[in-house]
Write a protein that binds this ligand. Structure first.
Ligand SMILES: Nc1ncnc2c1ncn2[C@@H]1O[C@H](COP(=O)(O)OP(=O)(O)O)[C@@H](O)[C@H]1O
Ligand SMILES: [Mg+2]
Length: 365
């Protein structure tokens, strides 16, 4: 059993706070992604869990045991880094077995565990090669194999795919997902890539400046972002976000353009409130070219000028001007559009988001 509980976990370097007392409960065998911009404290948090970094305050509980003062080797954790750190003079087989060897494992036991890890990761044909004779993806797989042979309760990954090209990254992502299904350990996976986090994790923890902004399933953080920051961070292309002022049931934008106040927020705002209006590219589309959500009463029609289009084959990203800025919309079954052309756009207001300008918090009940 490897549940993990972080309680008021804090890291300071001198007077500078890096991680500001985060609380998090992770279930046994759960796959958790820690995601957020560079410098927000993801690696520091992971290294504290691994025992590689001293904690300044709070506590870390793994499998019902407080590990604050335990050295890394006593936490039954394996960590995989962005730099694979393989031993260049050893074969793949020797790299895989090394940690067991220094732990004094019996020869048969070691051979069996290396063979198991090798099979799981498809390394059988490569066991006698040295790292220099492997591709980037194969090296990363050996690094994962080295973590697996130790049969840990918890896997910690710190941006393990960042050194790989885009195609390989997608392949390895799938392999990591399969791997988790096979080994059934608890996983904490750090990445700055929200797509990686969305595709891999059971739950996503979005961090910002040493705080947790939101914890939720991929679906929850996408559909119900708790803050403007999460709304802008999760989703690609990103959500369109514009400041507006509430005036008598309408949203008034800086350009003077207006939109109806979405019904689901009417009870939570009043005239004069300053808000941020958000709409995903899927929820604004040239009329007749979107995913029909059914609730026709909530679809607002407006004519807007095209600024630029980006054809992607099965769909086209259409940029339209609103509030003197570009709004990105997603057009399905595309037809050709010219820049400057004015087109009828549908805005599905039932899917709109509203955040308080001052706090950044959602105004959803
Ligand atoms: N040894 C250190 N001394 C002082 N500041 C540090 C040290 N290590 C990391 N930091 C700072 O802590 C912050 C968080 O770093 P890190 O956890 O590596 O972020 P992330 O992994 O999210 O990119 C950064 O601002 C970084 O500069
Ligand atoms: Mg990092």
């Amino acid at each position: 059993m490897a549940t993990i509980t972080l309680t008021k976990l804090t890291k300071r370097y001198g007077n500078i706070g890096i991680v500001h007392g985060i609380d998090l409960d992770i279930a046994d065998r759960e796959f958790i992604a820690l995601v957020g911009p560079s410098g927000c404290g993801k690696s520091t948090t992971l290294r504290m869990i691994a025992g590689l970094e001293e904690i300044s305050a709070g506590s870390i509980d793994i499998g019902g045991r407080v590990v604050n003062d335990l050295p890394p080797r006593s936490r039954n954790i394996s960590m995989v880094f962005q730099s694979y750190a393989l031993y260049p003079h050893m074969t793949v087989r020797e790299n895989l077995g090394f940690s067991l060897k220094i732990a004094g494992a019996a020869k048969e036991d070691m051979e069996r565990r290396v063979a198991e890890a090798s099979t799981i990761l498809g390394l059988d044909a490569l066991l006698d090669r040295r790292p220099s004779q492997l591709s980037g993806g194969q090296r990363q797989r050996v690094a994962m194999g080295r973590a697996i042979v130790r049969d840990p309760d918890v896997f910690l990954f710190d941006e393990p795919l960042s050194n790989l090209d885009a195609k390989l990254r997608t392949q390895m992502r799938t392999e990591i997902k399969k791997l988790h299904a096979k080994v059934q350990s608890t996983v904490i996976y750090v990445t700055h890539d929200q797509v990686e986090a969305m595709t891999l994790a059971d739950r996503i923890v979005i961090m910002r400046d040493g705080h947790i902004e939101q914890v939720g399933t991929p679906d929850e953080v996408f559909r119900r972002p708790a803050t403007r920051f999460v709304a802008g961070f999760i989703g690609s292309p990103p959500m369109n976000l514009h400041e507006a002022t509430v005036d008598d049931g309408k949203l008034v934008f800086a350009s003077g353009e207006k939109l109806p106040l979405p019904g689901q927020f009417k009870a939570n705002v009043a005239t004069g409130d300053r808000v941020v209006f958000g709409l995903r590219p899927d929820d604004i589309y040239p009329t007749g070219h979107g995913i029909s959500s059914g609730a026709a009463a909530e679809v607002h029609q407006i004519e807007l000028p095209i600024t630029v289009t980006e054809p992607l084959g099965n769909e086209t990203l259409v940029f339209v001007e609103f509030n003197r800025q570009d709004w990105v919309s997603r057009m399905l079954n595309p037809r050709p559009l010219r820049p400057g052309e004015r087109v009828a756009m549908s805005l599905d207001m039932s899917q709109a988001h509203l955040f308080a300008t001052e706090t950044g918090k959602t105004l959803r009940s």
